[in-house]
Write a protein that binds this ligand. Sequence first.
Ligand code: URP
Ligand code: ZN
Length: 512
Amino acid sequence: MSIYDLVIKNGFVCTASDFYPADIGICEGKITTIAGSIDSELSKEVIDAEGGVITPGGVDAHVHVEEPVKLMGDVIDTMSTVTRSAVAGGTTTVIAFASQDANLKGPKALSDSVGKTIESYEKETLYCDYGLHLILVKLEQETLNACGALDEQLCNLYKDQGVSSVKIFMTYPGLQMSDYSILNTMYATRKNGITTMVHAENGDIVKWMTDSLENQGLIEPYYHGVSRPTIVEGEATNRAIALSTMMNTPVLFVHVSSPEAVEAIRKAQTKGIKVFAETCPQYVVLSHEDTKCHHGDTDRFEGAKNICSPPLREDQVKECLWRAMDNGTFTIVSSDHCAYLYSSEHRGKHNAFDQGKGGKFRYIPNGMPGVCTRMPLGFDHGYLNKNISSLMKFVELHCTNPAKLYGCYPQKGALLPGSSDADILIWYPNKDERGRTKINNEMLHHSCDYTPYEGLEVKNWPRYTLVRGKIVFKEGRLISGHASGQYIKRKAISDPTDKWVNEWRPAYNLSK
Ligand SMILES: NC(=O)NCCC(=O)O
Ligand SMILES: [Zn+2]
């Protein structure tokens, strides 16, 4: 008699806290047993892990797909292609973004914005589960009353759609929030226990630097990075920490790449302030040199492929970021997958040439693909190259912490019998030549026409990816018939707070 649908045998189970040899039993999409040995006879199907490591599936908490409100151009991936690419690289949950539809008004405006997005994704073939953050584009009014409206909108958003995080921007024309609006947002998020994700760059400095560089004729992709020195991120991070400290509400800094920002975050965390931080593989694997044109004079725009904000940094910065990953300053590693076509003359990165824009760096859509490469790069450049001190730390940063931070643990990001979905990766055995992989764009299964990591070799790659007990990727091949991704509602990680005077007594706050 079978009591399991699937048993994985002969592997080494690695979670955020443990590493040990064990078999895993799966039934109806859940992990039901982890034991020293499970009898194969008890299962309909058996996978032999051959001594390979078994980890939870990756949770990528920062992914952009085509959105009704465009950030800077047409992001090329749909939820279908982004989840397809995710599982091909070992990620089994993505948290993407739904944009606020600024035309909708009233208490259900945000909930309805997200509801419409989910409805459209339900029609697509999804390879793994997904959640949504909300991008807050514009508060209805820049007045104190605006936070009253936002409070109710967020309350409905969480109740109806299980969205427990919103993202705001301190830069980008049209999205940059004033400090007043940030306070309004944080006042509303704290009341609902919602986490505020902050893109921290000082948009005014960026504008001043961009205007000045343009005046000198310095318009090529490389100067995008010059327009955003690390202090740009440091200043905004310090300011947002001050605002969130005052509001006593959790804040998460997305795609952190600057030593000044790392220092501010570390200092705040040491004081016990609820500050979390994310970095991304591109900031530790690539560098600002990759934004120069690759092929000499034949294509002076090619560096545009690697334009993102914050920008890629100098080599010395990478050391600081690896250390912050390993010492706990960074809570999570996400991809910030945001893919624009390169070779199309009129779309994607070449939008920068539309309507006489002349290819100036200020018009290059920001972002690069990375959802498929995040896990293998973390395993190889992080763990195997000893930049991350243990495999457990790799799991914590790439799987468990993102699930905890965004309220979907232990369903996701863990291997807990009775609680966790059977979202599982089986890696090739250590030093097995079959795992050695030279990255090329075709194997990534996204819609983008390039990868920043073309030709880069990694020493391991997920051999099997399972989503809720079904194999969706095996030894380099997708198994599309098993694609059945679903929307997941998430929980808030902090309690709603609505205290007044005591929270804001400066002497009390400063002495902390
Ligand atoms: N990071 C980036 O350059 N593009 C994606 C949008 C964002 O997260 O800011
Ligand atoms: Zn951002």
